[in-house]
Design a protein around this ligand. Structure first.
Ligand SMILES: Cc1ncc(COP(=O)(O)O)c(C=O)c1O
Length: 399
């Protein structure tokens, strides 16, 4: 191990809160490749958990960042920069919604915004409760934890923020039964990410939309992981043909530069009047420049088309490989958000894959998750598939 590795591990042990348990130190990235501090090359099918959607150090983003860093990094939101409003206009145009955007810094903060806007609307008629989904993940702040449908994340941080209940995902009757005269919104991921790469049933989403219309509820879509091109459409909801009332974004929005955003139909957005919401770094010029470069790449580099084609190819090939192994239950997902569902814990399989220098994630307890960059090439998918096949074969022998 390199001296830098040893030093970094020591520094983490002595000075960094122990919330993560990282094992690898990466020092350089390009496209879907990373290099560790010993110079070893890895194929990265995690994209920093669906963040570096254009791959590491994409030239267009790097050029935007370096140019902007030389010009203007930040002014307070009590002044204007020209970049964030241009980005907001672009996002609204692409969404096809009549909406407005608020910029923040992370997925959790974007979801806090969805929650606040729903409460602001609902409180006008004495309604402030939100129904979210079992197995969902919405973030680590207190309100987003309360919305998150997996108890383990909340343990030790009680009391829960009040006003949230969860129902089983993809079950419209359970959802209808949970709506009360206090309900103001329904919150969901169109593809549950952390919960195990579980896509919503398109019919279910249409029924949720209809229920929201009937009961005057906001349909809130958390697109932090499944959005920003990941499903082959710019917004995840466009892949399902259902338009929400408000949508959150983060992760891939600026290809690794911290940024979040939420967008809401004007009727709701205009409730957040001057002084009712804010954040120091939201829409800062540097992050907005990176995010606009991501949008430019979507426009000019065929990224979304590649995502759809490569996603279909990878799912198909992975399913063929999966069939060879009894412990593989199946392949699911959309676009380049793909899960290999096992009948056992996924972590040991992930280890065997990573031993072969392919980085993948787990999701839920028993799913191996693949979220490569959206511009990934077929030859790299083929390499990754060969590694997965080998790792599954080794696991089958051990089992
Ligand atoms: C669907 C979803 N929502 C929200 C979040 C929280 O985002 P952040 O970690 O940027 O706060 C995540 C993070 O994994 C996520 O996957």
């Amino acid at each position: 191990m390199s001296e830098l590795y040893e030093k970094t591990v020591g520094r983490i042990e002595s000075s960094v809160m122990p919330t993560y348990a990282p094992k690898q130190l990466f020092v350089r990235g390009e496209g879907c490749r990373l290099w560790d501090s010993d110079g070893v090359e890895y194929l990265d099918f995690t994209s920093g958990i669906a963040v570096c959607n254009l791959g590491h150090c994409h030239p267009r983003v790097t050029a935007a960042l370096t140019g902007q860093a030389r010009t203007l990094v930040h002014v307070s939101n009590i002044y204007m920069n020209a970049l964030a409003p241009a980005l907001a206009e672009k996002l609204v145009q692409e969404s096809g919604m009549e909406a407005k955007v608020f910029f923040c810094n992370s997925g959790a903060e974007a979801n806090e915004g969805l929650i606040k806007i729903a409460r602001k609307y609902g409180n006008q008629t004495g309604r402030n409760e939100i129904i979210s989904m079992e197995n969902s993940f919405h973030g680590r702040t207190l309100a987003t934890l309360a919305a998150t449908g997996r108890k383990k994340y909340r343990q030790g941080f009680e009391p829960d923020v009040p006003g949230f209940t969860q129902v089983p995902f993809n079950d419209i009757e359970a959802l209808k039964n949970a709506v009360t005269d206090k309900t103001c919104a329904i919150m969901l991921e169109m593809v549950q990410g952390e919960g195990g790469v579980i896509p919503a049933d398109p019919e279910y989403l249409k029924q949720v939309r209809a229920l929201c219309d009937e009961k005057d509820l906001l349909m809130l879509c958390d697109e932090v992981q499944c959005g920003m091109g990941r499903l082959g459409t710019r917004f995840a909801f466009q892949s399902f043909g259902v338009t929400p009332d408000a949508v959150s974004m983060a992760k891939g929005i600026a290809n690794g530069v911290p940024m979040g955003a939420f967008m809401a139909k004007k009727k709701y957005a205009d409730l957040l009047t001057v002084g009712t919401h804010g954040t120091t770094f939201g829409g800062t010029a540097l992050a907005a420049a990176a995010a606009m470069a991501v949008q430019d790449a979507f426009d000019k580099e065929g990224v979304l088309e590649n995502c759809s084609a490569m996603g279909a190819y990878m799912m198909e090939q992975l399913a063929v490989i999966g069939k060879k192994y009894k412990f593989v239950q199946g392949v699911r997902g959309r676009g380049l958000m793909i899960g290999l569902a096992l009948d056992c814990e996924a972590a040991p399989v992930q280890k065997l894959i990573q031993k072969r220098n392919l980085l993948v994630l787990t999701a839920g307890e028993s799913v191996v998750r693949f979220v490569p960059p959206l511009n990934v090439k077929q030859c790299d998918i083929d390499k990754a598939l060969a590694i997965v096949d080998e790792a599954l074969a080794e696991f089958a022998q051990e089992k």
